[in-house]
Design a protein around this ligand. Structure first.
Ligand SMILES: Nc1ncnc2c1ncn2[C@@H]1O[C@H](COP(=O)(O)OP(=O)(O)OP(=O)(O)O)[C@@H](O)[C@H]1O
Length: 339
């Protein structure tokens, strides 16, 4: 069992009557890449600020690298690198100068600074461009420079708030691979917050889904989709060459197979509703043995894609237009659970 490097116990934060974080309990192991997922306003940033000692919890506590973030923020800040969702630089300085400036703010010895700054620039893939002014940097390059700012103090934990915001898809992939490599090679613990499930799933060992200040579920991607869709029907569609009119000739025989709940025929397509997973091979085999000519087979899977579509995509689209959407998100999420 790996030891926890971040431990949040009954952590809450209220802003007036607004509960931003609601009695949060969370352990993150050393060397783990953890994804905090949730729509806008879920409480991700507030949680991060409490871990860094930048916001005081209303109750509960956050232990980070063995220190209480509220009573001992200096020790936490020494060990934790934080990249906020937007990082600012001095546009008329070169990237290397910007990084050295941050290094000085972190109290890194001048003799070591220039060596370390160049090293970190190479690590984040900006070795070739470190003498360019940051005014000429793309969003993706700035993100890497932001990461360099965080790495220069050789942290044990890095916390990245929405690190993929505004970067193009290939930039996102490269950036996340870099994070993974850094974590694996150096035992670095990474906490990243995002509302992009797609991005998070590429790198995270574990994810936690946040809604309205509460952690709804936590686990690795596979266990998460199991939990979220437990009890859901599994559906398989089979397309046939022949058109079926009326009842499928072998309907009763198929319904007698354990796991098949219902059969619906629509022209050349048959829909099998099953109460257990992985029924598709048996269905296909049985139909083929009975002489049906199968043209295509599809299966409804409950994976990340489905989690994303159900709980994030809708919420996000609405969020950009309408701030009230988090209640929509919550409703659909919970109605799913209470089924
Ligand atoms: N300083 C503050 N004063 C009052 N309310 C706040 C403050 N900071 C955050 N909130 C509220 O607390 C809730 C959680 O916000 P938070 O920024 O932590 O969410 P988030 O998950 O990080 O979302 P985003 O992705 O939009 O940053 C929101 O409803 C927000 O309006």
């Amino acid at each position: 069992m790996m030891s926890s490097i971040i431990q949040l116990k009954n952590l809450s934060k209220n802003y007036g009557t607004k509960v931003a974080v609601d009695n949060l309990n969370l352990d993150i192991s050393k060397g783990e890449i953890f994804g905090l997922l949730g729509p806008n306003g879920a409480g991700k940033t507030t949680t991060i600020l409490m871990m860094l000692g930048l916001t005081e919890p209303s109750s509960g506590n956050a232990m980070v690298c063995g220190f209480d973030a509220t009573s001992n923020p200096i020790n936490v800040k020494k060990r934790v690198g934080y990249m906020p969702d937007s990082v600012g630089f001095y546009d008329n300085l070169t990237a290397l100068e910007n990084l050295e400036y941050i290094g000085r703010l972190n109290g890194i010895d001048e003799k070591e600074l220039s060596y370390r700054a160049v090293e970190v620039m190479e690590i984040v893939g900006l070795g070739q461009d470190m003498h360019l002014k940051t005014g000429a940097y793309s969003r993706g390059m700035k993100q890497r420079l932001g990461l360099a700012d965080v790495l220069i103090k050789r942290p044990e934990v890095i916390i990245l708030d929405e690190p993929t915001l505004g970067i193009d898809p290939s930039g996102v992939r490269d950036f996340l691979l870099l994070i993974k490599q850094l974590s694996r090679e150096n035992g670095l613990t990474v906490l990243l917050s995002s509302h992009h499930l797609h991005h998070v799933q590429q790198v995270c060992d574990q994810v936690g889904i946040f809604v309205k200040g509460k952690l709804l579920v936590k686990g690795n991607i596979a266990s998460l989709s199991e939990k979220l869709f437990a009890g859901q029907d599994h559906v398989t569609w089979v397309d046939l060459e022949e058109k079926i009119t009326g009842i499928l000739p072998h309907e009763n025989e198929l319904l007698a197979l354990e796991g098949i709940k219902a059969i619906k025929v629509e022209g050349q397509s048959i829909e099998f509703t099953c109460n257990r997973r992985n029924m598709t091979p048996l269905i296909v085999r049985t139909l083929a043995e009975r002489g049906y000519n199968i043209l295509g087979v599809r299966q409804r899977n409950y994976g990340l894609e489905e989690i994303y579509q159900k709980y994030f995509e809708n919420s996000l689209t609405e969020n950009t237009v309408n701030e009230k959407s988090s209640s929509v998100f919550k409703k659909s999420f919970f109605s799913r659970f209470s089924k």
